[in-house]
Design a protein around this ligand. Sequence first.
Ligand code: ZN
Length: 85
Amino acid sequence: MDRLMVDGNAVAGLLQEVFAVEITTAIGTCNTCGATDAVGALHVFRGAGIVMRCPHCDNALVTIVKDDTRLWIGFAGVRTLQVTV
Ligand SMILES: [Zn+2]
């Protein structure tokens, strides 16, 4: 693993501020390669924001930017997100 990269479990608390479900076990489908993985298995890179990448093809699945009062989440690289309700 890259030294700047952690797995999706590292942003569980941040994502649970938005999603009322256990998001780390949600299953995402990559829009580029079609692979499916739990959110907790994605590769997470932190910089000015957060980028969650597909562990199979490195596609940027989710982008997250947060300031003191707002959160922007982009799902441009996700085909579907399956959550247990
Ligand atoms: Zn992929």
